[in-house]
Design a protein around this ligand. Structure first.
Ligand SMILES: [Cu+2]
Length: 221
C-alpha cells in the first residue's frame, strides 16, 4: 500500500458573495473520498480546534473524521456558546466564559451547522467525513488529498453556498492508480442558494446581545 496524492482546483460561480465575485475567494469547499468496494479504514481518534475570536468561529469551515473531538476555546473577553440543533449532530456546550474551552466529540459522518446562542451573526460548519481522505480548499480553490491507497473511490463535496442537488450532481467516481493524480477543475454554482436566517437554540428570534461595552473599547460604535 502506498500513499497517492489527488489534487485539483475548485471554482465558484453564480455567487452573490463579494468575496467570491471581487476577490475570487474559493476557500472553504470540503472534498472527501469514500472507498468503493472496500471498507473504510479504522479511524484514529483525532483532535481539532475551532476557536471563538472577535465574535467569529475560526475556521468557518472545518472538516474532521468521524470520532474526532473538536475543542472550542473562547479567546474573546466575553461569553460565547456553540450549539447545533438540526442536521448532523445535535449538541449545546452551554454558555462559557472568556479564556475557557469546551469540547465535543463528533461520532458520525454528516454536516453540522454551528451557531452561538448569544450572537446571531456567528456561524460555522463542521463536516464530519467517514474516511481519512479529505481536504478544504485554499483561497485559490486548490486542494490536495494525501495518503490514498490505489483503488476506486467516490469523490464527494460540501460547499456552504451550494444546494444539495448541485453537490450531489458533482459527486463522481475517481480511480487512483498513480502516485500523483490530478482531477480536471471542478466548478460549483452557487445558483439557487438561499441564505436563511437561523433561530436561536430555543427556536426563537435572537434577542439583542448583551452589551460589549468595556470589552471591545476600540470597536465601539
Ligand atoms: Cu458568541
Amino acid at each position: 500500500m502506498y500513499g497517492a496524492t489527488l489534487s485539483g482546483r475548485v471554482q465558484l460561480r453564480d455567487s452573490k458573495d463579494p468575496n467570491v465575485r471581487k476577490r475570487l475567494d474559493y476557500s472553504g469547499v470540503v472534498l472527501w473520498l469514500e472507498p468503493l468496494g472496500a471498507p473504510a479504514p479504522e479511524l484514529k481518534p483525532a483532535r481539532a480546534k475551532m476557536i471563538q475570536k472577535d465574535k467569529t468561529f475560526i475556521p468557518h469551515i472545518l472538516a474532521v473524521t468521524a470520532g474526532a473531538t473538536v475543542d472550542f476555546p473562547n479567546y474573546d473577553p466575553i461569553f460565547h456558546n456553540a450549539f447545533s440543533n438540526y442536521d448532523g449532530q445535535i449538541f449545546d456546550i452551554g454558555l462559557y466564559p472568556p479564556g475557557s474551552t469546551r469540547s465535543v466529540r463528533f461520532t458520525r459522518p454528516g454536516v453540522v451547522r454551528i451557531f452561538c446562542n448569544i450572537h446571531a451573526t456567528m456561524s460555522a460548519v463542521i463536516v464530519v467525513v467517514p474516511a481519512p481522505w479529505y481536504a478544504v480548499t485554499a483561497k485559490d480553490g486548490s486542494y490536495s488529498i494525501n495518503g490514498l491507497p490505489a483503488g476506486l473511490y467516490r469523490l464527494r463535496l460540501f460547499h456552504e453556498r451550494a444546494t444539495k442537488a448541485t453537490l450531489d450532481r458533482l459527486a463522481a467516481e475517481v480511480s487512483i492508480t498513480h502516485a500523483a493524480e490530478r482531477l480536471p477543475a471542478i466548478t460549483i454554482s452557487e445558483s439557487g442558494y438561499l441564505s436563511v436566517p437561523h433561530k436561536n437554540k430555543y427556536g426563537h428570534e435572537y434577542p439583542p446581545p448583551p452589551s460589549d461595552e468595556g470589552f471591545y473599547p476600540s470597536v465601539r460604535k
